[in-house]
Design a protein around this ligand. Structure first.
Ligand code: SF4
Ligand code: SF4
Length: 255
């Protein structure tokens, strides 16, 4: 679960498919308006963080310091990153009485609410109409269409790419306890501005053969940079041949 309020029902919620309909309409004026943006656990994906830090026009390091809680666990190469609620009133730092101030760039979990996605591709409600009054509204929506409207698609695409790293990590149960590797992975996923510096301000470009067009793209686009970061992790951790080491000039001469 990626967006959870405190308190939950014991019975498992029924599963629904994308073509199923559910009753829902969220709008200012409902008693519960913005209540779901309070005291809530929101896991941030790397793409969530990218969108938010750009919306706020700050760099990823500043975002992590101000708005994130990073939870590292033993044997877990990728830590969990949560959106930090305000200390005084436990509200999301981006909520006002009028609603979400980062609405266009709100995280995946906020777009999904009051639904969550199960690993098998089905959906289920993570709250009920006692707390989320929108579930009592007469309007019915088809889940698939509603998700498209919520702008979930690009988030799903990036999260799908992320699972090409997290799934084999889970399956292979790799015994990596080198803190430098963990730091590198965190930087690649969550500290993109630092990762960009790593590429352009270290000897990186002189060590690897890269398509000049791709270099230009990652210079300008955080999205391309994140995709590049995924490849870099796969190269480093799983040995996928996605990068070619440059041959030193002396070797080329010999050859
Ligand atoms: S609790 Fe439900 S209806 Fe109320 S503001 Fe949140 S999403 Fe909308
Ligand atoms: S990011 Fe926006 S939608 Fe999500 S909890 Fe904060 S205010 Fe609510």
């Amino acid at each position: 679960m990626s967006h959870s309020n405190t308190g939950s029902s014991a019975r498992p919620a029924p599963r629904m498919e994308a073509e199923h309909y559910f009753r829902f309409r969220c709008a200012p004026g409902l008693d519960c308006f913005t209540q779901c943006c309070r005291d809530v656990n929101i896991v941030l994906t790397p793409y969530d963080l990218l969108r938010l830090k750009n919306a706020l026009a700050i760099d990823s390091n500043e975002f992590i310091e101000k708005y994130a809680i990073v939870l590292s666990k033993e044997n877990r190469l990728i830590p969990l990153v949560f959106l930090k609620m305000r200390e005084d009133d436990k509200q999301c730092p981006f909520v006002t009485e009028q609603g979400c101030t980062v609405y266009e760039n709100r995280p995946w979990a906020c777009r999904m609410f009051p639904l969550d996605a199960a690993e098998d591709g089905t959906f289920y409600l993570i709250t009920d109409s006692s707390r989320c009054k929108g579930l009592d509204e007469p309007m019915t929506r088809q889940i698939g269409e509603w998700l498209v409207e919520q702008g979930v698609v690009p988030y799903d695409e990036m999260n799908q790419l992320l699972t090409t790293i997290t799934a084999p990590l889970k399956a292979q149960n790799l015994d990596i306890d080198n803190p430098d590797i963990a730091k590198m992975i965190f930087m690649c996923l969550y500290n993109l501005d630092k990762f960009r510096d790593f590429i352009f301000k270290s000897s990186f470009l002189s060590r690897f053969e890269l398509d000049p067009l791709r270099i230009e793209k990652i210079k300008r686009s955080d999205l391309e940079l994140l995709k590049f970061a995924f490849d870099w992790i796969k190269f480093g951790i799983f040995g996928e041949k996605l990068f070619k080491v440059k041959q030193p000039a002396s070797d080329v001469k010999k050859a």
